[in-house]
Design a protein around this ligand. Structure first.
Ligand SMILES: [Zn+2]
Length: 328
């Protein structure tokens, strides 16, 4: 990536796109009723490898960004989210997970403003070309000029899905600009991972995720685009019950576990969802952007007493189905 492209990535959101508008009020004024941030780091112990005897473990939710953008994201987390325990750059992230026994990785990134997705997708595709056990996904800023072309180019480069983040990109799943994203993903049979749950929200976002996001808005997309496969991270937090009902009604919905089984947030209701539909829930971590041990979530999963076939599904089988990965 050129120095110019990196500068473009790091410039704050300044365009006239409505999503770039600041939310009214200062961060302090917006903090009322929101997650108290930053949250603490946990000094929990970490394993040197995955627990023994597990079936294939695919991490379906790993973040990879170019170096300076990653550092800017970590700075944001330190100030507004939680301390990042593993400040590892992209290749080091992959090496870390593979050395500890993770079998494959789905790599996600997101564009925080219009005009940078194309560079980011190119960066992702050249990175994953060196790592055959990584599936890279594309990003786009909903509503940006040429969004459909940006996605088509990314798929042609070999990226195998799309990641969007309603909180960071300040859009709701029901906005008209999403139509072209949904239909392009459906047309190319590409799964869409969309952070469309209302949590974890932060007053530092430029928008209020509780206003933008609702399970009912995802239901509309699932209904309007029956060929589109949607994965909502964080088990749809905090609308666990609503997402449990959506899983019953829609065969084109998946959820990932990211951070919800770690007992870090005080949100109740994640486990029952997993126990009801282990065939539609996949393991993911948010590594490396974690305030706790890399294996905290997988150790909890492994010791939960799930039936063998359900554990096999959650840890690997569901990700293989959703992302079309070959069995090893
Ligand atoms: Zn994430």
């Amino acid at each position: 990536m050129t120095a110019e492209a990196i500068d473009r990535l790091l410039t704050p959101c300044l365009s006239s796109h409505p999503a770039c508008a600041q939310a009214p009020g200062t961060v302090e004024e917006r903090v009322e009723g929101q997650l108290a941030t930053p949250m603490p780091a946990l000094a929990d112990e970490e394993g040197a490898a995955l627990p023994k005897g597990l079936p294939e473990v695919i991490d379906g939710h790993v973040h990879l960004f170019p170096e300076r953008l990653f550092e800017a994201i970590w700075d944001w987390f330190h100030e507004h989210g939680w301390p990042i325990r593993y400040q590892l750059h992209a290749e080091a992230v992959l090496q870390f997970l593979f050395e500890r026994g993770v079998s494959r990785v789905v790599a996600l990134h997101y564009a925080h403003k219009p005009g940078i997705a194309r560079d980011m997708n190119q960066w992702m595709s050249s990175l994953v070309a060196r790592w055959p056990r990584v599936l890279g996904t594309a990003t786009v800023f909903p509503g940006e000029e040429g969004a459909v072309e940006i996605l088509r180019e990314a798929f042609a480069l070999g990226l195998g899905g799309v990641k969007l983040h309603c909180h960071v990109q300040c859009f709701g799943p029901d906005e008209p600009a999403m139509h072209e994203v949904y239909s392009t993903c459906a047309e190319h049979s590409m799964p869409l991972v969309i952070h469309a749950g209302r949590e974890p929200k932060s007053p530092a976002y430029h928008c209020d995720p509780h206003e933008l996001c609702a399970a009912s808005k995802i239901e509309r997309a699932l209904t309007d685009y029956p060929d589109l496969r949607i994965c909502v991270p964080h088990l749809g937090a905090d609308e666990f019950d609503a997402y449990a009902r959506l899983l019953e009604r829609h065969d084109n919905l998946w959820l990932d576990t990211t951070m919800m089984l770690a007992d870090y947030f005080s949100l109740e209701g994640a486990w029952p969802l997993l126990e009801v539909r282990p065939d539609r829930v996949l393991y993911g971590t948010d590594f490396p952007n974690l305030p706790y041990a890399w294996d905290r979530e997988v150790r909890r999963l492994a010791s939960r007493g799930l039936r063998d076939e359900h554990l096999e599904q959650v840890l690997g089988g569901v990700a293989r189905d959703l992302f079309g990965l070959d069995p090893l």
